[in-house]
Design a protein. Structure first.
Length: 83
C-alpha cells in the first residue's frame, strides 16, 4: 500500500523545499491546521451551494443579502480553496 502522507526518509521532497534536520518533521502543516483548512473548504462549499440554490429559487433574496446578481455568480463560480 502506498502511503502518500507518510514522511519516510526515502520519499522525495518537493522540488525547492527546504530539507529538515534529522528528527524534525518535514510536514508544512500540523494535523490541526489541515483539519481547519478542510473545515474551511467544506464551509465555503456549503455556502456557495446555498447561494446557488437561493439564486435559482428566490433570486430576489440576493438583493436582500447585499449582493448584485453578478457578485453572486462570481462567488458561486469560485473553487472551494479560493477565498
Amino acid at each position: 500500500m502506498n502511503d502518500t502522507l507518510g514522511s519516510a526518509p526515502h520519499q522525495a521532497a518537493w522540488p525547492g523545499a527546504p530539507v529538515a534536520p534529522a528528527g524534525v518533521s518535514r510536514r508544512p502543516h500540523s494535523l490541526a491546521t489541515l483539519r481547519s483548512m478542510i473545515a474551511t473548504w467544506r464551509e465555503r462549499t456549503r455556502v456557495r451551494k446555498a447561494l446557488a440554490q437561493m439564486s435559482r429559487a428566490n433570486p430576489h433574496l440576493i438583493d436582500d443579502i447585499g449582493l448584485t446578481r453578478r457578485q453572486a455568480e462570481a462567488e458561486i463560480a469560485k473553487p472551494f480553496w479560493q477565498d
